[in-house]
Design a protein around this ligand. Sequence first.
Ligand code: MLT
Length: 324
Amino acid sequence: MKSVMRRALLAMSLLAAGPAMAQQFPGRTITIIVPFAAGGPTDTVSRLVAETMGRDLGQTVVVENAGGAGGTIGSQRVAQARPDGYTLLLHHIGMATTPSLYRRLAYDPVGGFETIGLVTEVPMTLVAKKDFPATNLAEAIAVIRRERENLNYANAGIGAASHLCGLLLMKAVDAPMTTVPFRGTGPAMQEILSGRIDLMCDQTTNTTEQINAGALRVFSVTTESRIAALPNVPTSAEAGLPAFQVSVWHGLYAPKGTPAPVVQRLSQALQVALRDERLVARFAELGTTPVAQERATPEAHRAFWQADIAKWRPIIQAAGQYAD
Ligand code: MLT
């Protein structure tokens, strides 16, 4: 009770100070918490956004990784941080599944956050270790249906994008595999490159360069159309599995109670970042694009997030698979 009271009083004092505070904001380094391990797709996107936002804000924006539990450890850190604009969260579709998958969280997975703006929607790719015994999706499906739990499938914990994509794949091919969880697909990538993991469904921001280097087998991209960075990779529909479609939206959040003028300033800086030529070029190399400017706003982000929570809730309840 005491900490809730303290947070409410703090939020009220910050709110009262809002306009004056916004003028001085930011007066020091800002931290973006990434709820997955370093070197993975969400980390890659966050470091590009942080560097570019920092230039507009005139302050350093650093990234801190707090991986584990499908992204809920890092999310809790931010929900319980001081609502002053200096601790932010960059997270993805996991923010839409967590409210249904986790029933006993120590923080409010929706009410605990202010939205700042959407960032990008990243396609996913189904990849396998280099010597996986299949050269296209049809052959891979045959191997999965024959080998089932003998195959290791990597993901970043329950509620992670790689987990959801795995659920979609195993449902679409009607065959289970053995799931191996990691603190992020960054570390999982090392295991698939070493051949200890057989398959993974991961974001192009983590797979494109390995695929183009010939270090991984790739069977499909999970979007409606092919992507420029991987022109030879068929879509799931082209490869015969139209139901296997998903992309990973990302958004930026602040703790609940962060003053509106501060949220607005951060949203402005995000919009500038998403127009930055170097960021746009690097995103393209990694198979993604920034969202349109009008989606990088607190209102558009909130509306999209609410709609996605409502989309995933019945799917998760029907599956009856909960994280706790
Ligand atoms: C990561 O950055 O490791 C990923 O976003 C994890 C995931 O959700 O699959």
